[in-house]
Design a protein. Structure first.
Lengths: 180, 180
């Protein structure tokens, strides 16, 4: 951030009065530009005993399998965002069952939320950011070709919790030291 | 938003190629400025059979009681943010038990997350944005002087769930039509 989005003058990093953190503050109008973590909302779409995964056609992790998910937009509920991403990435018709996994990724200032969802029919296909969409049984999941740790964790919890048909919400942190 | 934070030139609202939503796009460098919902993380601090509430000294809802909560900062997990706010607003020492309530408030593009927390001692006091901090039993909660619907909902669920000592995560949407 170099310039004030309100008046166009340069900004500097300062700790505003009453604050404890460096913020970008306008040198001219003193507007404080807060920067906050973003939410990624997604679905774990289930059809009978299979889960739906999307093959990413874009970076990061192009060529790896993921659950449909993406940045929550202003004006959306988390469930609305999760269903929209499922429609955009997999052209899939799904219905929210319940919130399931939550992940904090502080090193990239992201919070992921996955909902268990019921895939309503087999009318799905690859969306714009996707090369392929398929259903996978537990024995078919490409575990070594999953795009992100949050995907692996969500799928592992699902197949474990499914045994007892009990799906408590799982809240986890994924801590990575980026300097290594 | 009037100016590009990267190059300082004016921005216009456009739908970028491959997108479906209006974004602020720089007329000069074409940088797209995404705007996304923000997370408010907080605690429901419990001491024996009482809950800790803070009397707000700032707007919005100055003079009403709230749970300690505030905007999640970059680099924090949701639990870290919830504990930091508990320290800042109530000078309280608490320990996270588990995630408890989640709320989407799409009309203001916010997502609230409250954690059940154990208040570790009685050494608490009003922080900068707080006029008073007190413990309340179920019969003492000032139900008509609570600051926000998310506070009322979280407390109501807590006192109900406490009867069976079972606290499933509660995910809710608070939908308000602002035109009314």
């Amino acid at each position: 951030m170099n310039y004030c989005s309100r008046c166009g003058h340069p900004v500097s990093q300062k700790i505003p009065q009453g604050d404890t953190r460096l913020r970008y503050v306008c040198d001219e109008c003193e507007h404080i530009h807060y920067q906050n973590p973003r939410i990624i909302a997604g679905c774990l779409p289930i059809y009978e005993d299979k889960v739906l995964l999307c093959l990413r056609s874009i970076d990061p992790r192009s060529g790896y399998w993921t659950l449909p998910a993406g940045f929550l937009e202003n004006g959306e509920t988390t469930a609305m965002g999760a269903l929209r991403e499922t429609r955009e990435e997999a052209n899939a018709n799904a219905e929210i069952v319940d919130i399931y996994t939550l992940f904090s990724l502080p090193h990239i200032s992201q919070v992921y939320m996955f909902f268990r969802a019921k895939l309503l029919d087999l009318d799905f296909s690859a969306g714009e950011e996707t090369d392929d969409v398929r259903l996978f049984g537990e024995d078919e999941v490409p575990w070594d070709q999953l795009a992100f740790p949050v995907i692996t964790q969500t799928l592992k919890h699902y197949f474990t919790d499914r045994v007892d048909d009990n799906f408590p919400v799982r809240s986890m942190d994924i801590i990575i030291d980026r300097r290594r």
